[in-house]
Design a binder for this molecule. Sequence first.
Ligand SMILES: Nc1ncnc2c1ncn2[C@@H]1O[C@H](COP(=O)(O)OP(=O)(O)O)[C@@H](O)[C@H]1O
Ligand SMILES: [Mg+2]
Length: 294
Amino acid sequence: MGQTPSPPGEAVDLLTGHIGEPTQARLLSDRRGSRVWKVQGPRGVVALKANNPDSDDARDKAAETAQENDHLLRLTEAGALSPSYRVGAGTWEGGRWLAVDWIGGAPLWRSLALARRPEGDRPSTRARLLGIARTWAEHLARLHAVGWAHADVQPTNTLVMPDGRTAVIDYALACGPQDGRRVPYRGALTHTTAPEIATAILTTPADTHIQARPAADVWGLGASLFWCWTGHRPVSYSNDVSRMEKLRAIARGSTTAVRDVRPWPFAAFEETLTACLSVAPAARPTVEELAASW
Ligand SMILES: Nc1ncnc2c1ncn2[C@@H]1O[C@H](COP(=O)(O)OP(=O)(O)O)[C@@H](O)[C@H]1O
Ligand SMILES: [Mg+2]
């Protein structure tokens, strides 16, 4: 108790072949049963993910880590991900681990700090905002083209590189063709959950898998950009209400008008955000269309 958890020894041993003897391992994230360390060696840096063996849902989280590995292998095979992204995976005494290439980017919320302020109303911030949005849509387009949905499109699964390009991480919950036996998908972060996914969660038993479609990623993309640019989530509900109550509000389909909360006017961008947040999945633009418009 109280001690910072160390990365699984089995993983570190195997990673030594890839990055050399690790010189540093820093815990970056420890939430909802999954942990991520930045592991540095003389020949490279990786993000090492493992389930927390002490969490209540340790078995599910271990299964999710194994599932993410399976998704990375299949997405790489399909040409949607660079072969260099997945570094390795395996078991350890507490469950499963997965290592991926380190992405030296900043989370979306932090990257849009200036854009959220009135001083952001200038050509360079507009170009940066559009560049982030466009490269994010392009990344998702590679998944959608081969029949996959990321299914957890949200600010913490997006890293913005110093050059303003976006990288997408966390493929644990992705939904693909011929998924076979898998951890049932029941939505991811509430605030970026598309209305059709919210409705499915509310109307099906808790162990039923919901197959997320590309249009749900588009809603998540619009919701994330809306949230991180305006500082407001697209559907208004109190923080105190239950997840189910929030999902009911999302399923009802009314979103805050972007013009009421935007930090400064940006008509073309506002229009595409509003289109992404259409209740009917078919009314949303595709990520290919978004990439072309941004
Ligand atoms: N490849 C990576 N490069 C840099 N940071 C990463 C990488 N993978 C994960 N992280 C960091 O760890 C956090 C959690 O990782 P993620 O894969 O989203 O796991 P989970 O959401 O299941 O905890 C991310 O939000 C990010 O800050
Ligand atoms: Mg994540």
